[in-house]
Write a protein that binds this ligand. Structure first.
Ligand code: IMP
Length: 423
C-alpha cells in the first residue's frame, strides 16, 4: 500500500485539507510534519465545516490514527482549544487516535509577542505573518535554545528551562504585552498534563505502522513557495513545506515514500506580502465577489492571479511530484478566456523557472498563453466527461507543461465534487 505525501504547490491554501480528507478514506495514519497553528485547513465532514490548524484532518474519521511529528511547532494552549472545539462537536480525540511527538518544539507567548512586534517594526517591508509565533519558535529550535514537548510534560524541567530561557532573553521582552512568568508556567504545566497521554516517540510508532502494512498519508501545511529554502525568501514561513520536510519532520525515510501529490489551485492565490507575478486586481475582485478566497486562519482577503506555470514547473521538480490534484477549477467558471502564465520576462530575458530572490521576482512580468474559457457551472461535474471541452483542454495543458499526470480534480468543497482521474 502506498505511503503518500501531500504538498501545496503554490503559497498555501491550495485546498490540501479537502484532498487529504478525500484520500484519508483509504489510509490508516495521517501525519503532520511541519508548521504550526499558522495553517488553516478547511474540511467539510457530514455537512459540518471544520477549520483545523494543528490537528491532522484524519481526526474526523473514526478508526484513523493521527500523528503530529517532531517537525511541528506546538502552541499547547491553542492546540487544547482546538481539541475541545472538536470534542464539543462530538469528535473523539484519544491517546489512540492522536499521537504527539515528544521532540516537537513548543510555542510560548513570547514567541507570539516577538512575531507580532517584529512585524510592526518591519513596517512596509513586513512579511505578513499569521502572528502565531512560528518564526521565533523555529528560530529557537535552530538556535538550540527551544523547549520541546518532552519538557512541557515534565513540570520541573519545564520550569527550570523556561526560567533560564526568560533570563537569557533579558531585555528582548521589553515592551511586549505578555503574561507573567508565573501565569505562563501555570497554564503550560496544566497544558502539559492534559497533553501527556498523547505524547510518545512517534518515529517508533510510524516505523511500526509501516512494518505492519499500514498506509501513511503526510498532510503538508502551507505551500512550496513558503518553504524556508525554496520559497520567495524572506516572504516565507519558517519550515520546509516541500516533500523533504515530511521526512525530516516525521522521521520517516524517503525510501518509505511511494507518491508525492502536489495540490494546485486552478489559479494562484497568496496571503501576506511578497511577489506574486500573475496577480490581478480585477481577477481578485471577481473571486472575492463570488465569496471565495478569504483566509481560513486570519480571514484576510487572499491576493489572486492567473495560474503560474513557471512556479509549477519548479514545484514539480523540487517535490518530485508523481501526480497533481487540481482544485477550485469551478473558480474559473464564466470566463470568456483563461490565461496561463508560461514564462516570465525579466530585463528582456525569458525565464521558464522562477528567480531565486524575492527582489528579482518583483521585476518579472508574466508571459501569458490564452485559452478559451467556459460559460457552464462545472460544480455539478462528477467525472472528467462532464466537464466542458475547454476545461479539459486547460487541464491537459497543465499536465503537458509539468509532464505530470493529473490524479484528482476538485470543483467544490464537498467530497462528491471530486473527480479521480488516477490515484
Ligand atoms: P508565518 O508562517 O505565520 O510566519 O507567516 C509567514 C508567511 O506564510 C506569511 O506570508 C503567511 O501569510 C504565510 N502563511 C503561513 N501559513 C499559511 C497557510 O496555512 N496558508 C497560507 N499562507 C500561510
Amino acid at each position: 500500500m502506498p505511503n503518500i505525501i501531500i504538498v501545496g504547490t503554490q503559497w498555501g491554501d491550495e485546498g490540501k485539507g479537502k484532498i487529504v480528507d478525500f484520500l484519508t478514506e483509504t489510509t490508516d495514519v495521517v501525519v503532520r510534519a511541519q508548521g504550526g497553528a499558522n495553517a488553516g485547513h478547511t474540511v467539510y465532514n457530514a455537512g459540518e465545516k471544520y477549520v483545523l490548524h494543528l490537528m491532522p484532518s484524519g481526526i474526523l474519521w473514526p478508526g484513523k490514527e493521527c500523528v503530529i511529528g517532531n517537525g511541528v511547532v506546538i502552541d499547547p494552549l491553542a492546540f487544547i482549544k482546538e481539541i475541545e472545539g472538536l470534542e464539543s462537536k462530538g469528535v473523539a480525540v484519544t491517546p489512540d487516535n492522536l499521537r504527539l511527538s515528544s521532540a516537537a518544539h513548543v510555542v510560548f507567548p513570547h514567541h507570539r509577542g516577538l512575531d507580532q512586534a517584529r512585524e510592526q517594526r518591519r513596517g512596509k517591508s513586513k512579511i505578513g505573518t499569521t502572528g502565531r509565533g512560528i518564526g521565533p519558535a523555529y528560530g529557537d529550535k535552530i538556535d538550540r535554545c527551544g523547549l520541546r514537548v518532552n519538557d512541557l510534560i515534565q513540570p520541573e524541567r519545564l520550569e527550570a528551562k523556561f526560567r533560564a530561557r526568560v533570563e537569557q532573553m533579558g531585555s528582548t521582552f521589553e515592551g511586549l504585552d505578555l503574561p507573567s512568568i508565573e501565569e505562563t508556567l501555570t497554564a503550560y504545566t496544566e497544558a502539559g498534563k492534559r497533553l501527556a497521554p498523547h505524547v510518545s516517540n512517534t518515529v517508533a510508532f510510524l516505523h511500526e505502522a509501516i512494518r505492519s502494512g499500514k498506509q501513511l498519508l503526510f498532510e503538508g501545511a502551507q505551500g512550496a513557495y513558503l518553504d524556508i529554502d525554496h520559497g520567495t525568501y524572506p516572504f516565507v514561513t519558517s519550515s520546509n513545506t516541500t516533500a523533504g520536510g515530511a521526512c525530516t519532520g516525521s522521521g520517516v525515510s524517503p525510501t518509505r515514500v511511494d507518491e508525492v501529490i502536489g495540490v494546485c489551485k486552478a489559479y494562484t492565490t497568496r496571503v501576506g506580502s511578497g511577489p506574486c507575478v500573475t496577480e490581478s486586481e480585477a481577477f481578485s475582485s471577481r473571486l472575492h465577489e463570488m465569496g471565495r478566497e478569504f483566509g481560513a486562519t486570519t480571514g484576510r482577503k487572499r491576493r489572486c492571479g492567473w495560474l503560474d506555470m513557471v512556479m509549477l514547473r519548479f514545484t514539480t521538480m523540487v517535490n518530485g511530484l508523481t501526480k497533481l490534484a487540481i482544485t477550485n477549477l469551478d473558480g474559473l467558471d464564466g470566463l470568456e478566456t483563461v490565461q496561463l502564465c508560461t514564462a516570465y520576462e525579466m530585463d528582456g530575458e525569458r525565464l521558464t523557472l522562477p528567480p531565486i530572490d524575492a527582489e528579482d521576482w518583483e521585476r518579472c512580468t508574466p508571459v501569458f498563453e490564452e485559452m478559451p474559457g467556459w460559460s457552464e457551472d462545472i460544480s455539478h461535474a462528477r467525472s472528467l466527461e462532464d466537464l466542458p471541452s475547454q476545461a479539459r483542454a486547460y487541464l491537459d495543458r497543465i499536465s503537458e507543461i509539468t509532464e505530470t499526470p493529473i490524479g484528482i480534480v476538485s470543483v467544490g468543497p464537498d467530497r462528491q465534487q471530486t473527480m479521480v482521474c488516477a490515484v
